[in-house]
Design a protein around this ligand. Sequence first.
Ligand SMILES: [Zn+2]
Length: 406
Amino acid sequence: MDHLFMNCRMAAMTGNGYGLIDHAALAVSNGRIQWLGPMDQLADNDQSRAEQVTDCNGLWMLPGFVDCHTHLVWGGSRSDEFEMRLNGVSYEQIAKQGGGIASTVKATRGASEDELYNEALKRVNWLMAQGITTLEIKSGYGLDTATELKMLRVIDRLDKNTPVSIHATFLGAHALPPEFKGNSGGYIDQVCQEMLPAVRDQGIATAVDGFCETIGFTHDQTRQVFEAASDLGFDVKLHAEQLSDSNGASLAASFNALSCDHLEYLSRSGAEAMAEHDVTAVLLPGAFYCLKETQKPPVSLFREFKIPMALSTDLNPGSSPIHSLSLILNMGCTLFDMTPLEAIAGTTLNGARALGLAKTKGTLDVGKDADFALWDIQSPADLCYLAGYAPLKLLCIGGKAHVNRL
Ligand SMILES: [Zn+2]
């Protein structure tokens, strides 16, 4: 046994509830959870056998957070547009001046790999300090082969140079690049015939995402991307039903997608398809809030069909520049009426599920990776209720302590 953590209050997030153990201990060996349980089941000689013992002094231990949907590698800033809009300049006017996602694409293409890496590293460290141990990051601000591959290399460097477990997703079908204006079919052909094989050969991204929407790509174009991605062995996932019902969730489900994300306009038949194919619903209240949307995702349908709900920051420079998972947990409850248990499950076990990592991450269970956080709170619900307050005392990733304020 490498490390024994004693005297904590545990929410293991197992057994369809918080998995509470009031007076608990957890043992780590070789980066994994070797044992956990009530203190009174700890054998007398266990303490002496551990190389290191930490007294948690009654702090709460929960699984490390999994942020399963982000776009946190980007160039430039959109704060000037934010300010312009609030000074009365219209979206159309800003778009005409090259604003919106086009400005992020331009800045991302123009930025060096080191510049992108250094900015993104600050964001990863910021998230880690809030208890995040696993993170998904998408490409999708390059929209040409060279820049998409550059973004994925940056994501790979973040994974290798930080303790956080980072998973890369290729999002070439995010938006139409300016050079393909009026020719979305031509761009999708390039995504399928040129970018996807190059991304596969690069070997960093494991999943492929798309934006199926009236302002994104059509149902048929999304199918074309998914067919090419599946042929190359990628997992798929989809930005679906965010602004309208494009029937994207059913399409993604038919490809056994890991997740469908946003889902404000999901229909009953879409939910049925997701349930049938065991697809996780990823809810993103940050975008809902920033875009001042009013149509909420159908949480009651997810409950009815027992579709697991994940919850994520959607950290991106346009629709969700929100760097606080605490705020997102609160928004999941306040804006989408999730219970605190659902919100916390959404950022632990169901976040892991959305990334296909349920076997190794997301709960405190023997054999899983020793990724957990110690919190100075009165109950797990505080993590949702106390918006913006994240009193992290210790973060352990793969059995190693990385944020230690004990
Ligand atoms: Zn997104």
